[in-house]
Structure formats: structure tokens, C-alpha cells
Design a protein around this ligand. Sequence first.
Ligand code: UD1
Length: 427
Amino acid sequence: MSILAITGGQRLSGEIRASGAKNAVLPILAATLLSDQTCTIENVPHLHDVTTMLQLLGQMGASLTVDEKQTIDIDPATITHPKAPYELVKTMRASILVLGPLLARCGHAEVSLPGGCAIGSRPVDLHLKGLEAMGADIEVDNGYIKARAQRLHGAHIFLDKVTVTGTENLLMAATLAEGQTTIENAAMEPEVVDLAHFLQAMGAEIEGIGSSSLTITGKPELRGCRYRVMPDRIEIGTFLVAAAITGGSIRINGSCNEVLEAIIIKLAEAGATIETGGQNEDAWIQLDMQGRRPQAVDIVTAPYPGFPTDMQAQFCALNAVANGVSVITENLFENRFMHLNELARMGADISIEGNRAIIKGRDTLKGAPVTATDLRASASLVLAGLAAEGQTRVFDVHYIDRGYECIEEKLSHLGATIQRQATAEQA
Ligand code: UD1
């Protein structure tokens, strides 16, 4: 096990490049299972969750070639075991994303039921209901979802709740179903859009991309293709908050500015000057705080285009040292306030009422040993450490490696004092 040791007080400055998006690459890797031809995926970030997804594909029999330029070739022609075992699913809930593609292509699939996790119960009932509407026969037995269908058929599906991976699972399954499928109240997250574009590159017919109503006309088969994964808007947002919380000035190259609006608006409200420019791979975003202390900003999380729940914890850290009082309302996940107790250990003034947190900004936080409880919580503790006086040691940083590529290298490059250290058991 390792920890991140951060000595706060450095104003971040300089330039970094955004990595590929975790939440786009995971469904895209799962979607390669829909064809028996090779897909080449570019801009794949080095993340634990990506390794887990590749292990999953490898165990099923897919051949994988990974090159140094973050490009991966996946040949799923040789799939022999359409099964996602408990051992892998328990380390990554997004493993559920293989269910739709496996069922559609192989006619049967077995995926361990994901359990609860640190940020709440997170059921998958809507994934299963949607697949049943498409003709799947599903039973849950010994902790496994066992699904069968000769060939899925089109269906009219209305999702009771906006679910990102639920929409993605059904979208992928529908591309090989017989006839037309409509998914209403579909998630509109940019990562769902990226997946839909990848599926189109494989030959899928999808209308309504980017809207809450997707119509898919199933094809007998899809082909292999080459595709570049979109930039990670949550990684970009996290680094922008890192600059804002330290009064710094940074530029991020390879950005995706058109999908950052909710985050940009809040950073501007906090007092940052933000500029954007360029297009596609040359797009950039620049934030300048001119040494100022951030102003407190209220946050209400909502499905896209609302403020992303995956940026809530980072803005809690910002508000903990901001000028003024803020109210944070978490609408997507129960229990997604685990970082607040740790921030309080660093001196943050926070009270929680149900799904709302009231944060009174302090002039400063004090470095302390803290423990990460999930991916975005761990990012918020690193950010708080950058702003705190003295040293902060963040334990259980394996969470951060699930979703941030080379976080300490990128932060060091921007002038932060941050080091990864082995804990006593390992040293
Ligand atoms: C995805 C993202 C995660 C992000 C979340 C919300 C990936 C790999 N993960 O997670 O980073 O925080 O979207 O933007 O893309 N729900 C049900 N039944 C279901 C499915 C979901 O009740 O069958 C509920 C969940 O409990 C939650 C809400 O719907 O309250 C939204 O969850 P969902 O969008 O499904 O999150 P994930 O897809 O797991």
C-alpha cells in the first residue's frame, strides 16, 4: 500500500495534457465485444480500472495488444468464456458494462452482481429490466446475473432514473438486436455520446445521440474500427480546482471545453478567470486565480448537463478554504459525503443535513493524515492537502489510481510538493 504525502502552500502554475476519459474508455472497451473483428482504441489512459477491464476481456479469451502510445488492439473473435467473475467485478462496478455486449453477441452471459460500495447501494435493476424488455431471460443465482437470449429484439424502454452505465449497457445490446429499440430518459453524459460515436464507427445505426431519447436500429453484425477516446472532463475539472484552490494559474491542453460548462461556470463564480481556445485535440483551457482566495460556491449535483456528482468532492475542498458559506446538495448518490469527515480532520467547518452539506470557509486548513474512501473523495483530499498548511498524508490512495493517470507526476510538474511513499507495512 502507498500514501501520497503533500506539503501545501505552493501556487500551481504551468501546463499539462489531459488524459483519455475513464468513463468513456470503460464502455468502449466493453463494446469491442460486440464484433468479431479487431478494434484499435487510442488515447487509453493508464488506470487501474482500465487494467481491470482488460483483464476481464483477456479472461474471456480476447487477444489484446497494448503499445506504448496508449493504443490498444482488441481482438474479441476468440471469446470462449462470456463471464465476469466476482473477483474482478468486486474491484470495479463498471464490469457490469460487459453484460449487454456479451448477451447480444454470444447469446448468454454471466456477470457477478456488483455489491454495494462506499458511495451507496448502486443497484443495476434498470440494466436488467431493459434487457428483459429486449427478450433476455435473466436470473440471479449465487450472486451472479445469468442472462440468455437467442437474439435480443427491439423494445421501447423508459428508464425510471437517468443511469449512465444502464443507458450504455442497453445501447450496446440494442446495436445487435433484431429491429428498433428506443431508450427514453437516456443519460446524456458526454461519455455516453463518445460510446455512441464509437458504436457508429463499428457500423451501428443510432439516432438522437446527445439527447435523452436514443433510437437504435439493430444490425446482424458490427465491424472492427479505430477510435480515439475523448478527454477526461473530470480529470480536467479536478486540475482546474487544484489551480483555483492554490490561487494558481494553469493551462490544460487536449481539453474538451464544450462539455465543461457546468464546471467552468462554478469556477468563474469562485473568482477564476478562464479562457478557452483551439479545437479537437488542440483545444485548451486556462485558469488564472491571480493569487486570490476562492469565493464560496453552492453546488447542486444533477445528471448532465447539470453539475457532475464526480466533481462534488473537489468543490467541497475548494469551499472549505473559500471566502463565505456554501451549500452542497448531492442528488445522485446517498452516502457520497465520506470525504467531509476527513476534510473536517484538516480543520474544515462542515455540517451535514441529509443530502446537503453546509461548509463555512476557513482561512486555512491544517495538514493531517487522512484516508481516501472512494475515487473522487481521494482527489478532494489531495486538493485540500495542496491548500493546507504543513503536510497531509492521504492513505488508501489506490482509489485515486483507479481514475487519475500519473496524478502526482502531473501535480509535481505544476509545482506541487507531492510524493508517493510506501506505507510502513511495505517499506
Ligand atoms: C456512472 C459513472 C460514475 C458517475 C455516475 C453518475 C461510469 C463508469 N461511472 O456511474 O463515475 O458518478 O455515472 O454520473 O461511467 N440507479 C438505479 N438503478 C440502476 C442504475 C442506477 O437505481 O439500475 C441509480 C443509482 O443508484 C444512482 C443513479 O441511478 O442513484 C445514477 O447512477 P448511474 O448513472 O447508474 O451511475 P453509474 O452508471 O454506476
